[in-house]
Design a protein around this ligand. Structure first.
Ligand SMILES: *Cc1c(COP(=O)(O)O)cnc(C)c1O
Length: 416
């Protein structure tokens, strides 16, 4: 049986342990919600102060050139690219995940519609269990186009091969499911989509900074994702979009704002897209928020995704084992796959009073979150989570369950 001492020993040997120093976490908190909002890099405070006081305050509008504001979406994209198996010049950090998804989805549909052999395809295939905004954006786009486009929802992964047929224009999947932590096999699923004549869009919201991703190698067509989750970019930090070089010339997205123009300051009346990844941009970016993304990426630059993944699997294996051992008989059901290849960096358990138990955990300093139906979600961020944290979190969970110390009528906030 694993003891707390064993966990402390593992921490002492953990090469990633020193990275925790780069984050400011309140004392007495075990933060297991980096999958929803990453913790704050210490450097973000000084960076924000510099952007606001000096770049904005003193240098004013000249900062678009002198502080590199104009180039920031692309420069951050280049820094993020290695984490997702993409090349420089293929990623921009901009807008929200929902918006970027709209852009790449629309561009993918347009590519298919422009190909005589595929122009009749009108279906976007995705999962019913996908994060709702992804489905909503696809439904919104399909409905707005009014040309017979529709969204086909599959209930299980096993149904995908049947659902991707000669009508399918685009397959749109989230690589790691937000609720269950299930991880798709990107290579085989991308190959399946291509074999059926479809393009494939991957949402990396729960993958970027959490699991190694190899977009290029695994044959993806487009990808989007968040920077405020595992990448620790800050609340509402701009998201990213990946458009590989092979598709850039044909990439036409409908949000054709001036930042995607070949010569934005020519102020010409007609839109002409810029070459390269810049055409995924739309308008002026929230520079203060965008600048924070770099602080999170700076921490990743000190390690590798393979090292992050190894620790992530060790943390999630330990959490599963300890919960099953110490909280047995309390009606917890493991939702997340045990198989490493199918698991992201979170562990989800169902409990009949999941919301109330999570509220009790948060009150005692163990911060995870709750997702309908009945799912308690625990995200493990190897950059700042220790093995002792895992032990302590399970100990507190055990106490709450043993004592039934949760209020089944706990009131819910607007955000769970
Ligand atoms: C978190 C998440 C989003 C969030 O989208 P926003 O536009 O940033 O609100 C979208 N898709 C998935 C799969 C997510 O996990």
């Amino acid at each position: 049986m694993t003891t707390r001492k064993d966990c402390l020993d593992r921490d002492a040997q953990d090469a990633l342990a020193p990275l925790r120093e780069h984050f400011d976490l309140p004392a007495g908190v075990i933060y297991l919600d980096g999958n929803s909002l990453g913790a704050r890099p210490k450097a973000a405070l000084t960076r924000a102060s510099d952007v606001i006081a000096r770049e904005w305050g003193k240098d004013l509008i000249t900062s678009w050139n002198t502080a590199g504001w104009f180039e920031l979406p692309k420069r951050l994209g280049d820094r993020l690219a290695p984490l997702i198996g993409a090349a420089a010049g293929e990623v921009v950090v901009t807008d929200t995940t929902s918006l970027n998804l709209f852009k790449v989805l629309a561009a993918a549909l347009h590519m298919q519609a422009s190909d005589p052999a595929r122009s009749e395809r009108r279906v976007i295939v995705t999962e019913r269990s996908n994060f709702p905004t992804d489905i909503y954006m696809a439904q919104g786009l399909a409905g707005w186009l009014q040309r017979g486009y529709s969204v086909r929802l599959v209930d299980t992964v096993d149904e995908l091969p049947q659902a991707i047929d000669a009508d399918t224009a685009v397959v749109m999947l989230t690589h790691v499911n937000y609720r269950t932590g299930y991880q798709h096999d990107m290579a085989s699923t991308s190959a399946l989509a291509h074999a059926r004549g479809a393009l494939i869009v991957w949402d990396l919201a729960h993958s970027a900074g959490a699991v190694p991703v190899a977009l290029e190698r695994d044959g993806a067509d487009f990808a989007v994702g968040c920077t405020y989750k595992y990448l620790n970019g800050g609340p509402g930090a701009p998201a990213f979009a990946w458009v590989p070089r092979k598709h850039q010339a044909r990439f036409q997205q409908p949000l054709s704002g001036w930042w995607g123009h070949a010569a934005p300051f020519a102020m010409a009346p007609d839109f002409a897209p810029t070459e390269g990844i810049g055409r995924a941009l739309c308008g002026t970016q929230p520079i203060v928020s965008l600048a924070m993304v770099e602080c999170g990426l700076d921490v990743f630059a000190q390690t590798t995704m393979d090292a992050v993944r190894a620790k992530s699997l060790a943390l999630t294996d330990l959490f599963i084992a300890l919960v099953e051992e110490r909280c047995a008989g309390h009606g917890l059901g493991l939702v997340t796959p045990r198989e490493h290849a199918r698991r992201g960096s979170q562990v989800s358990f169902t409990h009949a009073h999941g919301y109330a138990v999570m509220a009790a955990l948060i009150a005692r300093g163990v911060i995870g979150d709750y997702r309908e139906p009945a799912i308690m979600r625990f995200g493990f961020t190897p950059l700042y989570t220790s093995f002792a944290d895992v032990w302590d979190a399970v100990e507190i969970l055990k106490q709450i369950l043993d004592e039934k110390a949760y209020d089944v009528h706990a009131e819910r906030g607007a955000v769970t």
